[in-house]
Design a protein around this ligand. Structure first.
Ligand code: KG4
Ligand code: ZN
Length: 330
């Protein structure tokens, strides 16, 4: 079964074809990120206008790369929430029209759940550039999705049964990285910049604290963001002020709380598989911390290929396969 996935929830316009929910035949992404960088954050008006310009060509390229024609597509899956409404509308309207035109079902897919699903996708060896085939995670699993817009912890019993255990009460993890990077003058998006710079700042006594919110799987990052703001305001003109050390301490605290709650969910629910997804899953400190903590408790932790951490349509088409019966109210 070939499913065409369409993803337009933010600044990426993406189309992909996935076979039987697993094999990625094509995965094409266009992004307007560079245009937003000069504004220090996503401008919804720009994002949705670019979606309109890109969506047709990206879909055609995705079909061509998969070596398929529209008549070979068995269903269309589209991100229906959450996201910027102007951007979402482009993808949803396009997918709806397409599914009607080719008389194939339309499947709605939740973007955040799809980020977790990215771990279950497979490429042929030549597509990934990796020598060994990747080990596939097994269900049940705990999923941590950390992106620019969301921080959710799920218990996945089956691909049509995601149970939300906790989420951020304010800023998303990536949003906190982006805002702290802005305070430190590191540009946008800030996550990769903090990740790189923090490697030079490990030797520090600065300690920032992320909110613990004990006895819940919820997160809060607005307090630590304000702590960095005040630290920067009060120390930036001191000789010993170090942007790298500030970045390290912020990242270390955020990564620690993410790891603590994810591992704790695995242990409490007696689950041996932890999958991580979303843009922040690319963070090297988060990967190291989770690998380290998971190995202590005999938990297997999985991260998607870097190209599948950020927004893409392969994850939408893949999860769509398991949601065929839910369909969409076209
Ligand atoms: O999943 P994504 O592409 O978009 C959303 O759905 O939000 O995530 C983008 C977010 C941005 O906030 C970016 O700063 C963050 O992911 N990010 C990182 C890293 N790479 C991207 N954050 C920390 N470390 C990274 N290496
Ligand atoms: Zn995303």
């Amino acid at each position: 079964m070939n499913i065409l996935g369409i993803e337009t929830s933010c600044d990426e316009t993406a189309a992909a074809v996935v076979r039987n929910g697993t094999f990625v035949l094509s995965n094409i992404v266009a992004s307007s990120l560079k245009e937003h960088a000069q504004h220090g954050g996503i401008i919804p008006e720009i994002a949705s206008r670019r979606q309109l310009e890109f969506i047709h060509a990206i879909t055609e390229r995705s079909l061509a790369k998969a070596g398929l024609k529209l008549k070979n597509i068995d269903a269309v899956a589209v991100t229906n929430q959450p996201g910027l409404i102007g951007s979402l509308l482009v993808g949803i309207s396009f997918a709806r029209g397409l599914s009607f035109a080719i008389n194939r079902p339309l499947i709605d897919v939740n973007h955040i759940e799809a980020h977790a699903y990215a771990n279950f996708l497979e490429f042929s060896g030549t597509q990934t550039g990796e020598k060994k085939p990747r080990k596939k995670p097994e269900l049940p699993a705990i999923a941590l999705v950390v992106s620019g817009g969301h921080t959710n912890l799920y218990h996945i019993k089956a691909f049509d049964r995601f149970r939300l255990l906790g989420q951020t009460l304010d800023d998303a993890t990536g949003e906190a990285f982006d805002k702290v990077a802005k305070i430190l003058g590191l540009g946008y998006p800030g996550g990769p910049a903090i990740d790189r710079l923090a490697k030079k700042g490990a030797n520090t006594t600065i300690r920032f604290k992320s909110a613990a919110l004990p006895d819940t799987y919820d997160f809060s990052f607005s307090g630590i963001k304000t702590a960095v703001l005040y630290h920067h305001r009060d120390h930036e003109h001191h000789k010993e002020f170090s942007t790298a050390k500030t970045a390290y301490s912020f990242q270390d605290s955020v990564v620690s709380i993410l790891a603590k709650k994810s591992i704790s969910a695995c242990r409490k629910l007696k689950i041996k598989t932890l999958v991580v997804g979303g843009g922040v899953a690319a963070n090297t400190a988060l990967r190291a911390k989770l690998n380290d903590e998971a190995s202590r408790y005999d938990i297997n932790v999985y991260f998607p290929l870097l190209s599948l951490c950020t927004d893409n349509a392969a994850m939408i088409a893949g999860l769509g396969f398991h949601r065929r019966n839910e369909r969409s109210a076209q």
